[in-house]
Structure formats: C-alpha cells, structure tokens
Design a protein around this ligand. Structure first.
Ligand code: HEC
Ligand code: HEC
Ligand code: HEC
Ligand code: HEC
Length: 436
C-alpha cells in the first residue's frame, strides 16, 4: 500500500478557495492508523444498544430561517465521551502531501487556476479551518468555509444563500467550532441531519432513497460549484439521482450558458483558451454511481467509521474517519467475511487507476502544449480551435473526475474505468483534430 498512500488525488476543500490555499485535501497518509483505538473490537453491524442511530432510515433535513445556534463539539465531550474522544483522534493525521511535486503535469492541466500553484493532500477533519485560513490569497468569500465549520453551516441555514457571499474574514471571526458534530447531527448527537441544505436541494425527493450515513458524508465529499449569480452559493450540478453521474453533470455545465452563449467554466486557460471545468472530490457520486459493488449494502460510515467496543463494553460508532485498511478490527471482523486479501485487492485497483491517470495526464499535457502552440501560431480558424478546445475540456473533465476522487478507483472500479476510457477517447479526438 505504501506506494499509493501517498498517491495523489484531491479531496478537499473548496475548489477556488482550497486551490488557492492549498488546503485541498486528497489522498491521505493514514498516519493515524496505529494509534487509532481506544477500542477493543469492531463488528460488521452496530448492535442496538439504544445508543446508535442504526434504525434511522431517512435523514432529517435542517429547517432554514429558524435562528439556530451551534452547540460546540467540546460541549458534548462529557455526555458522549467515546464519540468525542475518537473525533479528537482525527488530529493524529497531520501530514500533507504535495501533489504538484508528485504529479508535475498538473501544473499544465490546472494552469491559470489555484491548484496549479498549491495542491496538498487531505489530513484530519479537525484541521479544516486551519488549512483553509493559513495560506491563501485575499478577497476569498465565506463560501470557502462551506465544508469547514459548523458556524458557516448555521449561517447558511439562518441567512440563506446570501451567507455564501459574505466576507471571508468577517465569517472567520465568528468561528467557534471547526468541523463539528453540528454538520451531521445538528444539535442532537446520534440523530443524522442534512444541515448542508444544497444537498437536499440537489436530490429533491430522491433524498429519501439515500441512506443517511451516506448523506452525512455527501454534504462535503461531492462535486459542487459556486453559483454564477451574486450569491456565489455552493450548489450541486444535478437534480435527483438519475442525473448524479459524470455524463449528466457534464451536460449540466455545458447547458449553463453565460450571456455570450459560452458554457460554464471554472476558469479559462490563457494560452490554450480551453474553458475548463474543475471537478471536486466526487466520492459521493462515485460510490453511489452505477457499477459500485457496495452501494446497495454498505455506507461510507460502515467502511470509514465502523462500530467499536469500549473497554467498559459500550458499543459506539468510531468518529475517527480513516481508511478501512488502517483498522485491523474492521478488516478482521467485517471485510474478511468476504474478502481474502483486501489490502492487495485495493492496491491492485489503485495501481491500475493511478497508472492510467498518469499516462492520460501526461498525454493531456502534451496535447495542451500543442494546442497552445497552434493558438500562438495564429494560422487556424477560431472554429477549428474551438472544436479542439471542446474535446480537450471534455477529456480533462472525465480524467479529473477520477484524479480528484480520493479512493483512486476503489469506490467504484467500473465507473472509474468508464471515465478514464472517455477521457482517452476525447483526448484522441482532440489530437486528431489538431493533426488535421
Ligand atoms: C463538513 C464537511 C465534511 C463532512 C460532513 C465530511 N467530511 Fe471528510 N473531509 C472533509 C474535508 C474538508 C477533508 C480534508 C481535511 C483537510 O485536509 O484539511 C476531509 C477528509 C476526510 C478523510 C481523510 C482523513 C485523513 O485523516 O486523511 C476521510 C477518510 C473522510 N474525510 C471521510 C469522511 C466520511 C466517511 C464522512 C461521513 C461520515 C465525512 N468525511 C464527512 C470534509 C467533510
Ligand atoms: C461527518 C458526520 C459526523 C460527525 C461530524 C459526527 N458524527 Fe456522530 N455519527 C455519525 C454517523 C454516520 C453515526 C452513525 C449513525 C448510524 O450508524 O446510522 C453517528 C453516530 C453518533 C451517535 C450515536 C451513537 C453511536 O456511537 O453510534 C452519537 C451519540 C454521536 N454520533 C455523537 C457525535 C458527537 C458528540 C459528535 C461531535 C464530537 C459527532 N457525533 C460528530 C456521523 C457524524
Ligand atoms: C466498501 C467500503 C467503502 C465504502 C462504502 C466507502 N469507502 Fe471510502 N474508501 C474505501 C477504501 C478501501 C479506500 C482506500 C483506502 C486507502 O487507500 O487506504 C477509501 C478511500 C476513501 C477516501 C480517501 C481517504 C483515505 O483514507 O484514503 C475518502 C475521503 C473516502 N474513501 C470517503 C468515502 C465516502 C465519502 C464514502 C461514501 C460516499 C465512502 N468513502 C464509501 C472503502 C470504502
Ligand atoms: C458480504 C460480503 C462482503 C463484505 C462483508 C465486504 N465485501 Fe467488499 N465486495 C464484495 C463483493 C461481492 C465485491 C465485488 C467483487 C467484484 O466485483 O469482483 C466487493 C468489492 C469490494 C471492493 C471493490 C474492489 C473489487 O474487488 O471489486 C472494495 C474496495 C471492497 N469490496 C471493500 C470492502 C471493505 C473495506 C469491506 C469491509 C468494511 C468489505 N468490502 C466487506 C463483498 C463483500
């Protein structure tokens, strides 16, 4: 595994903000593993001891405009010591991997965008606010805090979309609780709430078809953009589960035209003129996408949290979010019921995925250089160039959908392969148009 643990990918943060800040998370280092356990054992399914939220089949969606306040995570420490103690263990993973050093071609692919300047891996949930504020450029908006602090979540509930366009520094001074219980439980630990209501807006009635333990992660581990109107509100590019897939997400962006008739772009590459899309950590969309081996029988929490037994015999849900491979209990008691050597299986999928990502990544870089040269030469018609740009945008979108997904193919090997195949297909198209 070691090779892949420091692999790339990019989770995190916030597209624009994360980019600029370099907070972006990604493939992590799993350092917390050895130390992660006040725990004696973990089991396949939580036992009903009246304390788990196991019986909850649909999530509650937070009400807007009620003037809700945040109960801080530390205020729950006494009442829920096990959950709180494991939650605090997230701080043990404090390393950041530099993806630009690791995959230098992304400097070209993300040229003109923050991720080309700084792009670090993810680390523990408890670092999110430090990571978003420590580096960065001025004039960020409050929308950068969307997935970082309970206080921003409460602000968006109370003020609506207007909260996202507030001044970054103003909101920073209001922060009392980085990554808190509030995100997933509102102020009722144990009950699962969707407090990030843009997820509820994107899923509509389909929200009842998704397990609340997937929704709680999908609030942040998902593909999003900031609205182009004055609210700059965090928004998802789909309406319902049927359109929650890479093809329809791309179509959504392509159909979103500005007043000049141009399709939505996160940024325009200066030397090629490609109207680029930047995908963000689509774990939720990938895991729940067609072909996923475990979407119907497991949730994010089953593999990344798990049930553990404290020394006094109490069972509870582990709140240290780690790789299942870093929990020997999880592997022994749950996964090994069906899997032989899961670590080897995962390593094989990740190797295949990262090898193809790199191969296509370098080929995209070369195509970019050739397109930039053609633009600089000035001999081709805009129409010709635009055809290449369109194929290049599409190729990079499908490549990025895999590159920034933090499991490196593991959550859904089928969908991963399909995306990389499409990336290759559009790359070939761009190259053959260029060669004409
Ligand atoms: C409020 C937003 C938010 C929610 C909700 C959330 N995450 Fe995260 N998660 C993040 C961010 C942001 C990072 C990257 C942190 C950093 O590097 O600063 C992250 C990092 C991680 C990591 C890497 C941790 C490490 O130590 O390297 C894992 C694993 C993870 N999340 C799993 C989950 C799971 C499973 C859920 C649902 C039970 C979940 N997350 C819910 C925002 C969130
Ligand atoms: C990223 C989402 C997330 C955050 C943040 C979070 N929890 Fe949980 N919590 C869960 C999930 C998922 C479950 C399991 C529910 C299930 O199995 O259906 C859970 C279960 C619980 C339970 C029920 C008992 C148990 O252990 O299963 C309690 C109590 C609880 N959490 C307390 C807390 C406290 C206190 C905090 C903050 C220190 C917190 N949670 C932060 C997602 C979260
Ligand atoms: C069937 C088990 C399983 C389920 C369900 C699952 N994951 Fe994972 N996830 C994994 C494995 C295995 C890895 C790769 C871990 C590694 O490289 O060590 C991974 C990697 C990750 C990572 C990268 C962090 C890391 O520790 O490497 C994040 C973030 C993540 N998953 C979030 C999620 C979210 C969010 C969901 C639900 C939408 C989810 N996972 C569902 C098994 C699962
Ligand atoms: C009830 C049996 C069962 C259990 C328990 C189980 N799995 Fe699986 N898992 C499967 C099956 C079946 C597949 C699909 C295998 C295939 O497509 O070749 C699969 C596929 C996977 C994959 C995708 C890679 C692949 O081989 O396709 C990952 C990753 C994975 N499981 C992780 C886990 C983790 C982590 C656990 C423990 C938390 C776990 N599984 C528990 C049956 C199980």
């Amino acid at each position: 595994m070691a090779d892949f643990k420091d692999g790339k990918a990019i989770l995190a943060g916030l597209i624009v903000c994360g980019a600029v800040l370099g907070v972006v998370a990604g493939k992590m280092n799993h350092k917390g593993a050895e130390t992660a356990a006040p725990v004696v054992s973990s089991e396949a399914a939580p036992e009903d001891n009246g304390q788990t939220a196991e019986s909850q089949t649909t999530a509650l969606v937070s009400e807007r405009g009620t003037g809700i306040t945040v109960t801080k995570s530390s205020d729950w420490a006494e009442q829920f010591p096990n959950q709180y103690e494991t939650y605090m263990m997230n701080s043990e993973n404090d390393e950041i991997v530099d993806y630009i050093e690791q995959n230098p071609y992304i400097k070209t692919l993300y040229n003109g965008y923050g991720f080309a300047i700084e792009y670090g891996s993810a680390r523990g949930h408890t670092y999110v606010v430090d990571d978003v504020t420590s580096t960065g450029r001025p004039h960020k908006l409050a929308n950068c805090f969307t997935c970082k602090t309970s206080d921003m979540t409460a602000l968006a509930l109370n003020e609506g979309d207007a909260a996202y366009a507030m001044n970054f520094e103003d909101v920073e001074t209001m922060i009392t609780d980085p990554f808190g219980c509030f995100h997933c439980h509102q102020n009722e630990p144990g009950v699962l709430y969707v407090t990030h209501t843009y997820l509820a807006d994107a899923l509509g009635e389909d929200i009842n078809k998704v397990d609340p333990a997937n929704l709680s992660c999908g609030q942040c581990h998902s593909e999003y953009y900031f609205k182009t109107d004055e609210t700059h509100a965090t928004t998802f590019a789909y309406n319902g589960l049927d359109t929650m897939n890479p093809d329809d997400i791309l179509a959504y962006y392509n159909n979103m035209k500005d007043e000049d008739g141009n399709a939505y772009a996160d940024w325009v590459q200066e030397d090629t003129g490609i109207r680029m899309l930047k995908v963000q950590h689509p774990e939720f969309e990938t895991f729940l996408g067609a072909g996923s081996p475990h979407a119907s029988n497991m949730t994010c929490a089953d593999c990344h949290m798990g049930t553990v037994t404290a020394e006094d015999g109490t069972t509870f849900t582990n709140h240290n979010w780690i790789s299942p491979l870093d929990s020997q209990e999880m592997l022994d008691n749950t996964c090994s019921k069906c899997h032989g050597d899961l670590a080897a299986e995962v390593a094989a999928i990740q190797k295949e995925t990262t090898d193809r990502e790199n191969e296509i990544g370098y080929a995209l870089e070369e195509m970019n250089h050739n397109l930039a040269a053609a633009v600089a030469e000035g001999t081709r018609s805009e129409e010709d160039l635009n055809a290449v740009r369109e194929a290049a945008r599409t190729a990079q979108f499908y490549w990025d959908f895999v590159y920034v997904e933090n499991s490196e193919g593991v959550h859904n090997p089928t969908l991963t392969k399909e995306c990389l195949d499409k990336a290759q297909q559009y790359l070939d198209e761009a190259n053959s148009l260029l060669a004409k």
